[in-house]
Design a protein around this ligand. Sequence first.
Ligand code: GLN
Length: 482
Amino acid sequence: MDPLSVKARQVPSLVAGGSLSAEEYVASILERVERLDGRIHAYLQVDREGALARARDVDKRARRGERVGRLAGLGVAVKDNVCVASLQATCASRVLEGFFPPYTATAVERVQREDGIVIGKTNMDEFGMGNSTLNSGYGPTLNPWDASRVPGGSSGGSAAAVAAGMASVAIGSDTGGSIRCPASFCSVVGLKPTYGRVSRYGLIAYANSLEQIGPMGGDPEAVSALFYAMAGHDPRDATTSREPPRGRGGAGLEGLRVGRVREFFGEGADPRVRERVLDGCSRLEGMGAHVEDVSLGSLPHSLAVYYIIAMAEASSNLSRYDGVRYGLPSEKGTADWNSAYARTRSAGFGEEVKRRILMGTFVLSAGYYEAYYVRAQKVREIISREFSLAFKGFDLLVGPTMPVLPPRVGDEPTPLEEYLIDINTVAANLAGLPAASVPCGYEGNLPVGMQLIAPRFREDVLLDAAVALVGEGGAPRPAEAP
Ligand code: GLN
């Protein structure tokens, strides 16, 4: 069979009712992986046998009339910084080559409890640092819409896998845009939940105060099902909220107050992207929303604030890769620990990761801590307050997810140029707000995504809007990966 002949949202009920075999469906996904992934390179590891065994188990229970879960049969691609017991977790870093986590992340455990089936682990920018998936220690992932372009990052493998039909849905993580950026570049829906909505237990940390695990996929109803399966309090992550997730109203967009954020359309935005997103706003209006311009004056500072805080947290988190507890061991019999650590870290970390450890250590060092880190935290608070104020007048804030079209693989931007295209995504992480990227048009065959930001814990509004914008048919598929 062709896995694309059935909509992801229908898979669980078809499997439960016995009219679709989970094993056959999963086998067809694996067949696509075999056919396409040599070129796209979305996966770092495929768990063929594990996936088929779980699918057979689901079929067996369905046949016996026993309960099967709400994600029954869906093939789930998991970003390589999210732990799944018995599968290697490298974060696309050479430093973690050969690391097999002894436990499974809560988010994945919940997905498996609902009979979602892990297909494999996906490629990413090393430790989540980047927006192209070019910063992988295992080679880049290509964009299924145009293989000369990047898929975005850092969850680029997850986005490319769903765009190319090599998974029904995917799990990504988002510290400063890593779900939304590749969702935008690969024309899928990606949701970064409110900070504290999804457990981070088993997510290998990059910047703890900013990141969340979240769902991605071409079918917004399936993305919604994946989100609700993962969301909720977890005693193993003290930052998770006890407030139960708010269910979907399915109310449509009538009367929704939408703020078109001026700063998101600002300097550096490609006019072609701007036009497509303005078209998306007109479509929201056509569905009954009231769209108005709004300005959030502190937003231009969000990029500097984000990179100071993210690098500071990263420099601390990455110190655990010392070759003793985690990481490439350096050769035995070394008398001097400092040089053993240095050897592990020099050999195991890529350029971008080293740069961030250096800068993060700098902004936290005596004499600079107040000037950079403390100041960044103060501006972060101002940005949060400005959002709270804006949400008194609006239900949703929108703009382009990425200010540019997917860059070419050989473009090699400077680090600063690369950081600059995160300008619209980082603010939601600083403020802990839920935000989604939803496909809203094409420039030629290159996708454009619209970012929607909602008040805390209002993922329901984002999902309703995604369903309305994408429509029944789900997001279009690239011609490159038929
Ligand atoms: N591109 C941003 C960074 O490099 C965001 C990455 C992410 O969300 N993990 O930090």
